[in-house]
Design a protein around this ligand. Sequence first.
Ligand code: ATP
Length: 364
Amino acid sequence: MIELQDIHKTFKRKGQTIEALKGVNLRVNKGDIFGVIGYSGAGKSTLIRMVNYLERPTKGRVFVEGEPLDQFSPAQLRKAKKKIGMIFQHFNLLESKTVYDNIAIPLVLLKQDKNRIRERVTELLRFIGLSDKADSYPRELSGGQKQRVGIARALASNPSILLCDEATSALDPQTTKSILDLLKKINEQYHITILIITHEMAVIQQICNKVAVMEKGEIIEQGEVLEVFGNPQHPTTESFVRTVIQTSVPESVLRTLSPEGAGRLFKLKFVGGNASEPIIDSLIRKYNVSVNILFANMSEIQNTTLGTLILQIEGEDKDIFRAVEFLGTRGVEIQELREFQSFSEAGDVEEGVKQRKIKEVKAV
Ligand SMILES: Nc1ncnc2c1ncn2[C@@H]1O[C@H](COP(=O)(O)OP(=O)(O)OP(=O)(O)O)[C@@H](O)[C@H]1O
């Protein structure tokens, strides 16, 4: 549906060369809500602008619905661009035109007749819930309402792809949620493929099924959202995941750990069904161990539960071993929080530091 093959983009400014994209490969399938996340300057805006040829690659090819954009004549390119709508962080509405006229712009440019335009704009106003604002001007609307108008304008010519450039970054969390809900509805109801760029992991968590993480003009990790959230490979991905899912022991818990605390510490990760099973109960009943839950966190991603538990298990080593073995058979990913070094190697320095504090507390 959208395919970027080995895309490079170089800007030249004041004798300086800036490599904004360095060999990006990306495939967005029909029906995806695909999120691209990265810090400022990672190359996200440059990447999304490749898809509708607002920016052309220095090297590499862009395919939309299987067709290579570099092979198109200007007329074919204009036609192809009609399949692609775009919304922006600052809405880009014309201040001198009413809501109705803003939404009608793409249809006027396509020289559609007035009755058809009225029909389509009326339908879109109803869809975005702003039928009563048709004659208002953008300055009379809230940020969320302006973005709804931006969305209606992007949908006017019935695109099959919607590009969202930091579409919720200027909005408060509640308005962000309502706009993301609207995007999800557009994806489900109109079967429109959505490509979103953002610096907020919460946006990815709420609506995307796929995610790519960008850094310094490259994609450093990509995959199904559940997979990437559950098992991030790159430290940058890990730090994005941490902004929405807490997986390390909070300071307040560390402070309550008893200095003479015996037992061993384990971090458990659950995905999906096994998150709701009474595993801890089985552990205590089946094995001769006592279990202290130090920390628990459950998050919902793509209608699936992702859980993290930190347990202090006390008992004889052989019983703890059997208990841990049992957890493994239940599809729980388990890791002993013992060696500070192993966390540093995994890039989980913050976790490592906290674990070292646990050891220090124990050693008192
Ligand atoms: N038209 C341009 N001319 C020169 N340099 C550019 C141009 N557009 C982008 N860049 C540079 O390319 C790099 C990537 O910029 P880009 O805007 O794509 O990143 P981004 O991830 O979208 O960041 P932000 O979230 O801050 O917009 C930056 O170093 C930027 O300065």
